[in-house]
Ligand binder design. Structure first.
Ligand code: 5GP
Ligand code: ZN
Length: 119
């Protein structure tokens, strides 16, 4: 399993840092964002360290595809599947990525507005 010893999300996956986990299997972990911006704000991460979409390789396809199935499970578990939710993957500086372990934000529980603000 690829791992970065300095990475916060690698430590959360391993249980070395606390988090409110909502799902975990051998490939993927999902937990509550520490600073939620919507009533439901869950982070879905691969257990192995991939820094961002810019480092994705063909052999990562299985785990990245599995993240979408986990998103579906978590959306149902959190009660937002029917009314809808948004999945966001920030990549790099212009997208505001601050944690360089690839992650999917699952946001829901209220109308989320347009995809981007106009500024
Ligand atoms: P990014 O901007 O990189 O896409 O999002 C990183 C997210 O990770 C932010 O929404 C931030 O609130 C969340 N986050 C940062 N540190 C921690 C942490 O230690 N625990 C949890 N649960 N979330 C974190
Ligand atoms: Zn990591």
């Amino acid at each position: 399993m690829r791992r970065d010893p300095e990475c916060i999300f690698c430590k959360i996956v391993a249980g070395e840092l606390p988090s409110k986990k909502v799902y975990q299997d051998d490939k993927v972990t999902a937990f509550h964002d520490i600073h939620p911006i919507a009533p439901v704000h869950i982070l879905i991460v691969p257990n192995q360290h991939i820094a961002s979409v810019n480092q994705v390789e063909p052999e990562d396809a299985d785990v990245l595809g599995h993240m979408f199935w986990v998103a579906r499970q978590v959306a149902e578990q959190m009660g937002v599947a029917e009314r809808g939710y948004r999945l966001i993957v920030n990549t790099g500086e212009h997208a505001g990525q601050v944690i360089f372990h690839i992650h999917m934000h699952l946001l829901g529980g209220r109308p989320l507005g347009r995809m981007l603000c106009q500024s």
